[in-house]
Design a protein around this ligand. Structure first.
Ligand SMILES: C[S@@+](CC[C@H](N)C(=O)[O-])C[C@H]1O[C@@H](n2cnc3c(N)ncnc32)[C@H](O)[C@@H]1O
Length: 320
């Protein structure tokens, strides 16, 4: 697949908001180069091939921040570039300095994408129990309870750093007790399935509409011996899937969650959980309405920055 990189020059304070805008336009990944991040780097493994590099020698921006997102060419993001720049400039209304908010569009070859992640991606502690570690980093768990998810996200979404992935992982931690069967819809790098397996899940089926994600999830499962047995396949949401799982988890944009709601209902056991994330604030009500109209009970709403996650439950037969 061919991609376009859309980059916006902004300020450190606005990076999260700009990233959210780019995700709302359907980016499947965002990378942030923030001058402030480089101030904190110590000499270590930052080279493209893991070589030891002094951060002083890295070429990087000295002020402000650049947020870059990647869009498949068939999405014609160039037609929406002016709109995106206007929304970024509009952040001033929320007391965020948008900076120059200039948009640059560049065609991307697959290799460049890979390198972008590798430069700025380091171990991330998601919760007390889960740490996501890039496959090329040496990392020792700090306690016997810490579960390490090794990932090489490549071109698939899901480094663990995005608030929507964190919300999904937190929701899994909240409902899982061990042994659950899980359907992971929009698996991306496979991060949620791998973490769920390490947390003691039973059978897991992971689906993604993008073949690159399927390939990446399969590779990442191989990197984690404790995650053996997860089945990955290309599929559009849960179309054609007829099973009875304990949990359906989906970190996908709100527009895509809405058609998933009836499919999740059909594929869940009574009492099963539907965990969703990827819902931007102003779309939350739409998703909530779709779930409650279907019959789901909203158990908990999770929030991180402008993103929402929902823990919903299909009522048990005796609750009907
Ligand atoms: C935001 S990413 C989530 C990745 C990962 N699960 C995580 O939590 O970090 C959404 C994923 O959903 C996939 N996706 C989008 N539309 C889909 C559809 N209709 N059916 C299946 N997967 C879809 C995308 O390819 C992408 O990998």
């Amino acid at each position: 697949m061919d991609w376009t990189e859309l980059s916006i020059m902004t300020t450190s304070e606005a990076v999260e908001a700009v990233a959210n805008i780019l995700m709302a336009y359907g980016a499947t990944g965002v990378s942030i180069e923030d001058a402030k991040d480089f101030e904190k780097l110590k000499p270590g493994r930052y080279g493209d091939h893991g070589e030891i590099v002094d951060p002083k020698d890295l070429t990087h921006i000295r002020q402000g921040a650049i947020v870059s997102a990647y869009y498949p060419n068939n999405q014609h993001i160039d037609d929406q570039a002016d709109q995106i720049a206007t929304r970024v400039r509009g952040l001033a209304k929320f007391d965020l300095n948008p900076g120059p908010a200039e948009v640059h569009l560049t065609p991307v070859v697959n290799q460049d994408w890979q390198t972008a992640w590798e430069k700025y991606y380091h171990p991330v502690s998601i919760s007390r129990f889960i740490t996501i570690v890039p496959s090329w980093e040496d990392y020792q768990p700090k306690s016997t309870q810490e579960k390490i998810v090794r990932l090489d996200p490549g071109m698939a979404f899901g480094t663990g750093t995005h608030p929507t992935t964190r919300l999904s992982l937190q929701a899994l931690e909240m409902v899982m007790q061990g042994g659950e069967s899980i359907l992971d819809v929009g698996t991306g790098s496979g991060v949620l399935s791998i973490a769920a397996k390490l947390m003691g899940a039973g059978e897991i089926h992971a689906y993604d509409v993008d073949d690159i994600a399927v390939e990446s999830a399969e590779k990442n499962i191989q990197l984690n011996p404790g995650a053996k047995g997860i089945r990955v396949a290309a599929n559009d949401l849960l179309a054609g899937i007829h099973t009875q799982a304990d949990i359906v988890v989906a970190n996908i944009l709100a527009e895509i969650i809405v058609p998933l709601v009836p499919q999740a209902w059909d594929n869940l056991v009574p009492g099963g959980f539907f965990l969703t994330s990827g819902i931007i604030k102003d779309k939350f009500e739409t998703v909530e309405n779709a779930m409650t109209s279907q019959g789901f009970q909203i158990i908990e709403t999770l929030r991180m920055k402008d993103w929402y996650g929902v823990i919903a439950q299909k009522p048990k037969d005796e609750d009907k």
